[in-house]
Design a protein around this ligand. Structure first.
Ligand code: ADP
Ligand code: GLC
Length: 477
């Protein structure tokens, strides 16, 4: 049995902005089920939703600040969560990265540097917790300084760093490095320095014993300039300790047979019931109720990564076709405005919800026929997996985890029952439009459509396989 300290900036259902929370809320549970002693550590944000009242454990003096550690659990499980409680940094409304108005926290470097220092103290068993991990598993730039700090310690635990997204690196001016009182031993081109700047992400990549990312294809992609953002050299140099382990999905949260958020539960055997969800979705979104018109769904952070610009370029053509389009998302204000304009122009075809809505996300997965995910890059992506499980056929760009989880519907894959979605190569509106038209043609060919739906619903995206791969990696260390 391994003792694993899992450091993350978000975990569902405590607090979530994207897929990292889904992973941090489910992979630890899967590892606990495999008999591992795994504990999460994350900041105690004001926005955390938790029915259990956290228990005060201790106070640490870190970088001249008094920081409390509180203990709670991942809801619905026995997995311990340690909350790093420092009110001057974390007790504000907003999410882990931005304030109430969507502006990045002005002191975000201080916040996560403090978090990393506390993780370092806990990892070295200097936090009166009487527990010393064998492995510290860090995720994304917010915990990137942890492997760097641990490299300065004697007899420190082994470290794993998982990249969920190379587009976010935590880069700050060199003055921030000095203001953070970090050891000068870390400031060099094989350390946290990146072109004269401080890079939290590079701290993880340069010092961790093992690097993973969330799909095999993305593990290859990030070794190229297009996806590596200047770190491709470092990553290809470290390719022997870099691997891709595909995310799983939390079947307790995303199961059409038991989902409490949807109008009617269904399985592959009772797939007809999916129609009840379609009708409910059309009603909720004030779209004409019509069971024959194909409904496209999209749930996403509205940022460049997700290829929303491609969707915007296709919308003028889409609204001329017999279809409806439902979008749930938030992010870039100019994208929010542009999609909302379409909803005003075509209220019978396009329904947009700006914001974050867990329940509606489930209702779209259950009620839509087709799910759009034309990402420009996608480390793994979870919604295409949820969609398959809900019999909602994903239309995806063939990149990263989308390439690894979708079998394109071609004559031979439909014939042999492996087709589970539709994928296209070029990040261009033309290629997306062609894929959408392909989806519409297949949708009309009911026996093909049902066959694809059933293959998609049967696919195994459970965590078990991936959790075993993480365990094998921990055991190597
Ligand atoms: P990313 O982490 O890049 O945002 P993923 O596909 O891995 O992409 O995960 C996104 C997660 O966030 C999914 O669980 C998705 O349902 C959820 N999500 C994204 N936007 C919203 C929203 N506006 N409302 C509810 N859930 C959302
Ligand atoms: C990131 C990626 C997404 C991935 C998620 C969880 O936010 O953008 O592709 O699924 O992390 O690993």
């Amino acid at each position: 049995m391994k003792k694993i300290l899992f450091a993350t900036s978000e975990a569902h259902p405590l607090i979530k902005t994207g897929g990292l929370a889904d992973v941090a809320g489910s992979l630890p549970k899967a590892l606990a089920e495999l008999g591992q002693d795994i504990r999460l550590i994350m900041p105690n944000y004001q926005g955390i939703k938790n029915e259990e009242h956290p228990r005060y454990i201790c106070t640490l003096r870190v970088d001249n600040r008094d920081v409390n550690i509180l203990e709670t659990h991942l809801p619905g499980s026995g997995v311990i969560v340690w909350l790093v409680d420092y009110r001057p940094f974390f007790d504000f409304p907003g999410n882990p990265y931005v304030d109430e108005n969507g502006n990045p926290w002005h002191n975000i470097a201080d916040r996560f540097a403090l978090f990393c220092r506390v993780v370092n103290e806990v990892a070295m068993d200097r936090a009166y917790l009487d527990w010393r991990p064998d492995i510290v598993h860090c995720n994304d730039w917010q915990s990137g300084l942890v492997p760097a700090l641990l490299s300065l310690e004697e007899n420190s635990p082994a470290t794993v760093f998982t990249i969920h997204n190379m587009a976010y690196q935590g880069i700050f001016p060199s003055s921030t490095f000095h203001a953070l009182n970090l050891s000068n031993k870390l400031w060099h081109t094989d350390g946290v320095e990146f072109h004269g700047m401080l890079s939290f992400l590079k701290g993880g990549l340069a010092y961790a014993d093992r690097i993973t990312t969330v799909s095999a294809t993305y593990a290859n992609e990030i070794q190229t300039p297009e996806f590596g953002y200047g770190l491709e050299g470092l990553l290809s140099h470290k390719h022997t300790v870099l691997s891709g382990i595909l995310n799983g999905m939390d079947l307790e949260q995303w199961d059409p047979a038991a989902d409490p958020h949807i109008a009617s539960n269904y399985t592959a055997r009772t797939i007809k019931q999916k129609l009840v969800n379609k009708t409910a979705l059309q009603e909720r979104m004030s779209l004409p109720v019509d069971e024959n018109i194909p409904v496209f769904g999209l749930i996403s952070r509205l940022v460049e990564q997700k290829g929303i610009d491609l969707v915007l370029a296709c919308l003028p053509y889409m609204v001329k076709l017999p279809l409806q389009f439902v979008l749930l998302g938030s992010g870039d204000k100019s994208i929010e405005l542009k999609v909302q304009n379409f909803a005003h122009l075509y209220p019978d075809k396009v329904a947009i919800t700006i914001g974050y809505d867990e329940q509606l996300a489930h209702q779209i997965e259950a009620g839509a026929d087709i799910f759009l995910m034309p990402s420009r890059f996608e480390p793994c992506g979870l919604n295409q997996m949820y969609s398959q499980r809900y019999g909602t056929i994903p239309v995806v760009r063939k990149t990263g985890g989308l390439a690894d989880t979708i079998e394109d519907a071609l004559p031979h894959t439909i014939a042999d029952g492996t087709a589970t979605g539709i994928s296209f190569n070029d990040a261009s509106p033309g290629a997306l439009m062609e894929a959408i038209k392909r989806a519409l043609i297949l949708y009309e060919t009911k026996h093909f459509w049902k066959k694809i739906q059933l293959s998609a619903m049967k696919k195994d995206f459970s965590w078990e396989n991936s959790a075993n791969q993480y365990l094998a990696l921990y055991n190597e260390l």
